[in-house]
Design a protein around this ligand. Structure first.
Ligand code: SF4
Length: 470
């Protein structure tokens, strides 16, 4: 028996949630985090404020496992911030689980951050040179050091810290008498505001509002800072340096839940349009369109509608398999993939099949899926991907393989087709993807074309640390 792990995908980043002035703050934060669980499954935490004192509960694991009724009872107060995490910066350990908490010159502060700062190591080295001691390896902690050293009031201290930071952040700070939320000037990661009765709620994705019965008010604008007082008033300002809006396009392709709306665009309908435009760009004669569930589902519906080729569920997903599974013996080929996605012979046998998936990262899983589809009797297999080829690593809070590990960085499309064993392969174009989301929006396309909207200042420090053997 051996334990194997199939990692052939981009890893979701993190999700944040805040609720202000509600008697059920911790319970609602728990439900909100449930709605954001897809954004991070390694750890989760909630911090509440009560009588100027922070109450924190953070653990490794899933939201439903961590927050038992007993745990939630330990979180008093009318204001809470929460976080689900997949480690993109700093190792996966309980000390890096968020919200981070500190006691400093500004009193007790907690912070929940989605994104990745591209100058965090540089800032950290500077602070360490001044004698600062860090508790975590997370990039978020540098902001707390910045705030604690500031002579300004809380809001100005946060704005100064964010103005000195570069990179991606949708972030919530909990102070003794207020919550401060902000979205980076490029708007790389999503953030939106809702209202639950008289209470404001803030979330990485609008789907969390659906779950708690809150009304969606609007997206937080890139560069906007929101201050929520403890009595539930909201003040908005736009103090962060302006930049070219460059929201993450991959949120629409892959990360966000289809039932979310980001920057005014429904993720589900954007995915359907990706499939429809993919059909315009690269349809082929075939008998059926089959999604790789659940990731390729909406795009396959769009592809089928636009091409007129019938949609069929030729791959059936098991919902009872985790990311790691016990593999009984090597001799059952592709056992792991089959356990998750079983090809249906009754649907596939003798058919020319167009398979739709949302992305192709290393290609190892796709290769096995294609092999299984052929073994189930498909006559031809044409693979269509509803995003452009991923050629470059993300620097803004998404855990991606290195450029060298990305298939599309190393091979031509014909070579990839041969490697995964399909009769033909085509990707959605970058222009097609932008058109599917919103052609007038400003988007980051760096993982497709290397056009990074923010420079990576930590590159030099990383090389230096490597040189020093750290
Ligand atoms: S590089 Fe790709 S995954 Fe990263 S923010 Fe840009 S579009 Fe999103």
């Amino acid at each position: 028996m051996k334990v194997s792990s199939e990692i052939d995908e981009f890893k979701d980043e993190c999700g944040i949630f805040a609720i202000i002035n509600n008697v059920e703050a911790a319970n609602i934060a728990y439900l909100g985090l449930h709605g954001l669980q897809h954004r991070g499954q390694e750890s989760a935490g909630i911090v509440t404020m009560n009588d100027s004192q922070l109450y924190a509960y953070r653990r490794l694991g899933l939201v439903s496992e961590i927050f038992t009724p007993e745990a939630l009872k330990k979180l008093p107060g009318r204001t809470a911030i929460g976080h689900v995490r997949y480690s993109t910066s700093g190792e996966s350990s309980i000390s890096n689980a968020q919200p981070l908490t500190v006691h400093c010159s500004k009193g007790s502060i907690a912070v929940a951050h989605n994104g990745n700062l591209t100058n965090a190591l540089t800032m950290r080295k500077d602070f360490e040179g001044l004698g600062a001691i860090f508790q975590t390896t997370s990039d978020t902690e540098v902001l707390l050091h910045h705030i604690s050293r500031s002579d300004c009031n809380d809001v100005d201290a946060v704005v100064d810290a964010l103005n000195s930071a570069k990179g991606a952040y949708s972030i919530a700070f909990l102070f003794k008498d207020k919550v401060i939320c902000a979205r980076d000037p490029n708007g790389l990661r999503p953030l939106c505001i809702g209202k639950l009765g008289e209470s404001y709620v803030v979330s990485s994705e609008s789907v969390a509002f659906n779950l708690i019965g809150a009304e969606f008010l609007r997206d937080v604008n890139p560069g906007e800072v929101l201050v929520f007082s403890e009595d539930g008033q909201m003040a908005s300002s736009q103090p962060l340096h302006s930049a070219r809006k460059s929201s993450c396009l991959f949120e629409y392709v892959y990360f966000a839940r289809p039932d979310s709306i980001i920057d005014g665009v429904s993720v589900y309908y954007a995915r359907k349009r990706m499939g429809a435009i993919l059909a315009e760009e690269s349809s082929v004669e075939a008998d059926i369109v089959v999604p790789v569930p659940d990731s390729g589902m909406a795009a396959a519906i769009g592809f089928s509608e636009r091409s007129g080729i019938p949609f069929e569920q030729g791959l059936i997903r098991s919902h009872y398999v985790g990311r790691t599974f016990i593999e009984p013996q090597q001799s059952i080929r592709n056992f792991g993939v089959k356990l998750k996605l079983n090809p249906s012979r009754t649907v596939l046998e003798g058919k020319r099949v167009i398979v739709i998936d949302d992305s192709l990262v290393r290609g190892t899983t796709s290769r096995k899926i294609i092999d299984n589809i052929r073994k189930a009797g498909a006559k031809e297999v044409h693979f269509r991907i509803s995003s452009p080829p991923i050629k470059f690593s993300c620097r803004y809070g998404v855990d991606t393989p290195t450029n060298e590990e990305l298939l599309a960085n190393q091979m031509t499309i014909d070579e990839i087709a041969k490697y995964i064993g399909v009769d033909s392969l085509a990707y959605l174009s970058v222009e097609g993807l932008k058109r599917a989301v919103d052609e007038n929006g400003g988007y980051c396309t760096a993982c497709f074309n290397g056009d990074y909207p923010i420079s990576y200042e930590d590159e030099g420090v990383k090389l230096q640390l490597r040189f020093e053997g750290l």
